[in-house]
Design a protein around this ligand. Sequence first.
Ligand SMILES: C=C(NCc1c(COP(=O)(O)O)cnc(C)c1O)C(=O)O
Length: 421
Amino acid sequence: SLGWTGSAATEAEAVAAINCSGHGRAFLDGVLAGGGLPVCECNKCYYGSDCSQLLHDCPADVDSGDPMFLEAYWQQQAASSAVVISGWHRMSYSTDGKDYLSIELEKHIRILHQVVGNAVTDGKFIVFGSGSAQLINALVYALSPSNASSSPASVVASVPYYPFYKKQTNLFETRAYGWGGTTSSWANASVSSATNFIEFVTSPNNPDGLFKQPVLGSSAVIFDYAYYWPHYSPILDPADEDVMLFTNSKISGHAGSRFGWAVIKDEGVFERTANYLSLNTMGVSRDTHLRVLKLIKAMIAEKGGKGDIFEFGHRTLKARWSKLNELVSSSSRFSLQQHSARYCNYFRTIRDPSPAYAWLKCEWKEEDVCHEALRKGSIISRSGALFEADSRYTRLSLIKTQDDFDLLLKRMQPLVSHEEM
Ligand SMILES: C=C(NCc1c(COP(=O)(O)O)cnc(C)c1O)C(=O)O
C-alpha cells in the first residue's frame, strides 16, 4: 500500500481521469461540479460539462504567449513529471542553499544549460525569480548606479520589444534609473559618456523571432534568452554574456509555476540582485522549487530519447509554421518575418527557426491597423503598437493549445482567399 501518499495519489488519478473531450482539463484545485469532482476547464471557444461543444462564431485568440502547446507533452509524461508534496515539505523561510536558492535545483539548471548547450554558466552566479518577470526589475535595480551622485541609468530597448521592459521600469522607476526610450531615439543623439544605459536585448526576439545584438554599446546589457531553446530556435554557440535571463515558462511550459532565473557574471551585480529578491519576496516559493526540479530532471533524462521535450516542441512548432506559411504565402494580403535556416548544435543539423510568435504584416494599403483587420476576421492578436512598432504589424501567438492554433488557421483561411479591391 502507498501509506500516507495514498490519498494524494488517489485524488490525483481521479481528477486526471475526468474526460474533457481533449478540449480542456480538470485540476485538483478546480471548482467542484455536482458529484464533488472539479469541473473541466475548457480551451477557448469550447464549452459544456465535458468541453465537447464548439461555439461557432467564437474568435481565435492568439494574443498571449501562454505556452499551452506543451501541456500534451506532460500528459504523455505523467509518471516522470508528478511530485507529491508532503504537508511538512520545506516549511522554513530558509532553504538549503544561500540567498533562498535550492542546491539541487541550481545544480540541475546548470546541467540543463550544459545538455542543451545554449548558455555558459560555469563561474557565474544564479538568482531565481518568480517568473523572469520579477527579475526584469531586479536586474535593472542591480545594474543602476547605487550612489545618488551619478546620473540615473537610462533603460532602453530596440523596437519591437517586449512591453514589460518599459511598463515595469515606469512603474518602479527611482532616481537611480528610468525608461530612456528606444535605442533608435539615441542613435543620432550626441550621447554623452555620462549617460549610462541599461539595454534590454531579447534574442531570439519577442515578437519578431530574430536574433538581436546590443545597439548602443551600453555598459550594461540584459540579454533575455527566454526563447533561446530548441523548441523555437537553432542553438548556435552557448550564450556567454555578463547578464542573461531565462524563464522556465518557455522551456517546460509551466508559466503558472512562475519560475525564471538570471545567470550573472559579476559578483556585485549578483549580490544586489539577490538582495532585491530577499527584500521583495524572500525568494521563490519552495513548493515551486520542488516542482521545477522534478520537471528539469525529467527534461534532462529524456534528452535525445523519444520523450525529448525539445524534439516534441520543435516538431510541434515546425508543423504549425509550415501550415501558417502555406496560408500566408497563398495571398498578397499578409507577409511574415523571413527567417534564415542555421546549423543547430542541439539537433546537429541545419534547421529553420520555429519562433513562438508570428510577426504578421498587413500589406493592403487600407489595412494599416493590422490587429483591427484581423479582429474583423475574428482573430484576436497583439497589436504591433504595443511593441512600439508600426500598427501594420501584429503578433500571433503560435504556442497556445492545438485548438487555438487550429482555430487560427480556420479564421485565416477566408482572409487569404480574398484579393485586394
Ligand atoms: C508571455 C509572454 N512573454 C513572456 C516573457 C517573459 C516573462 O516570462 P515569465 O513567465 O514571467 O518568466 C520574459 N521575457 C520575455 C522576452 C517574454 O516574452 C508574451 O509576450 O506573451
